[in-house]
Design a protein around this ligand. Structure first.
Ligand code: KG4
Ligand code: ZN
Length: 337
């Protein structure tokens, strides 16, 4: 019987979670609202907001799990990648808990954790989880990757974006339309009532890599030209514009995922990361999976965007393998598997 307390602070969510033998007992997230007015995450403000939120968030996670600090067997935290000041808050907080409780410290890779969110089990719910090997399309605000996952902690990136991430494509498109940050969920909302009336180009990129910068430029010029003809174009056609943008981002993602599945012959396929919360992507992924004969997996909605439950589950598998870190470990803004 093991209890892991996990902390996530890589960007603009302060989160803590407790898991017991891989079952998530609590998943507490404080989202920072301060960035909305700036149209993107302001790193220094993120660090300060983490400092304010971390004690109540960890405290709530323990209370919700009904576990005392001295019952925790190991402390896991997000070490990389992310905003360095934001990562520092979670790292130093985890280290102080380790010092106080004299228990092991476990550094977790945020992107590995997004993938393993597909293995999360909640109490009383027996959801289906993928067996190895599986492919995972990890789509977040900072990354777009196709990951070949051979075992719990054995992962290889076989395709990735050469420029913007899929989440950035959503957020930057939303900004062009005058929508607040983060625009991804708003595009999702408007797209539900729209038709794919406008066609945006699909980039021609070799292999399993992605590119989204050309799409962003095409959207920028399209909106500029239409606004020259009708200044209310965006307001009058918001739902159709969003449906068209979303549809193109989804086709770029799923065409490469299908290519990866064809090339590897793997039929256990997952998606993960903040963009996997997108309802259009979830539906299109399930539909493609049925057509291709894949077994498809999508984390529960609350485990798609940044959360500490995914850090806890990854911490748990590292705990089982005694993969501990010492107190000299430091966070890193950039990291590779
Ligand atoms: O994984 P995540 O929470 O943080 C990072 O690690 O980056 O991903 C955040 C990204 C943002 O770009 C946000 O706009 C996008 O996920 N996102 C969505 C949706 N929910 C979150 N994009 C499209 N549709 C959504 N429903
Ligand atoms: Zn993330």
């Amino acid at each position: 019987m093991s209890y892991i307390l996990a902390i996530e602070s890589s960007c603009d969510e302060t989160a803590a979670s407790v898991c017991n033998d891989g079952i998530i007992l609590s998943n507490i997230i404080a989202s920072q609202k301060i960035h909305e007015q700036y149209g993107g995450v302001v790193p220094e403000l993120a660090s300060r907001a983490h400092l304010q939120a971390i004690v109540p968030v960890v405290d709530t996670a323990l209370k919700k799990a009904d576990v005392n600090l001295n019952e925790i067997d190991a402390f896991a935290f997000t070490q990389s990648p992310g905003l360095i000041g934001a990562l520092l808050v979670g790292t130093e907080f985890a280290k102080s808990l380790v010092l106080a409780c004299n228990k092991p410290l476990i550094a977790v890779h945020h992107m590995q954790a997004h993938v393993l969110a597909n293995l999360i089990q909640s109490p009383g719910k027996k959801n289906k989880i993928p067996s190895f090997p599986f492919l995972c399309l990890t789509v977040s605000g900072g990354h777009t990757q196709i990951v070949l996952c051979e075992d719990y902690l054995q992962m290889k990136v076989i395709g990735e974006t050469l420029d913007d991430a899929a989440g950035e494509a959503f957020d930057k498109s939303a900004k062009i339309l005058g929508l607040p940050y983060p625009g991804g969920p708003l595009i999702d909302k408007y797209a539900k009532n729209g038709n794919e009336k406008y066609t945006f180009p699909e980039p021609k990129i070799d292999g399993l890599n992605f590119s989204f910068s050309g799409l962003k430029t095409a959207i920028l010029y399209f909106i500029r030209d239409e606004k020259n003809k009708n200044e209310n174009f965006v307001a009058e056609n918001m739902e159709d514009i969003c449906a068209s943008i979303q549809s193109r981002i989804i086709s770029i993602l799923l065409n490469k995922l299908k290519k990866a599945a064809d090339e590897t012959g793997i039929k256990n396929i997952c998606i993960a990361g903040g963009v996997s919360a997108n309802s259009g992507l979830r539906n299109a992924f399930e539909k493609l999976g049925k057509k291709e004969g894949w077994k498809t997996f999508i984390p529960a909605f609350e485990y798609c965007t940044d959360n500490a439950a995914m850090i806890a589950i990854t911490g748990y598998y590292k705990y089982l393998n005694k993969m501990f870190d010492n107190l000299s470990v430091v966070p890193s803004a950039r990291a590779i598997f």
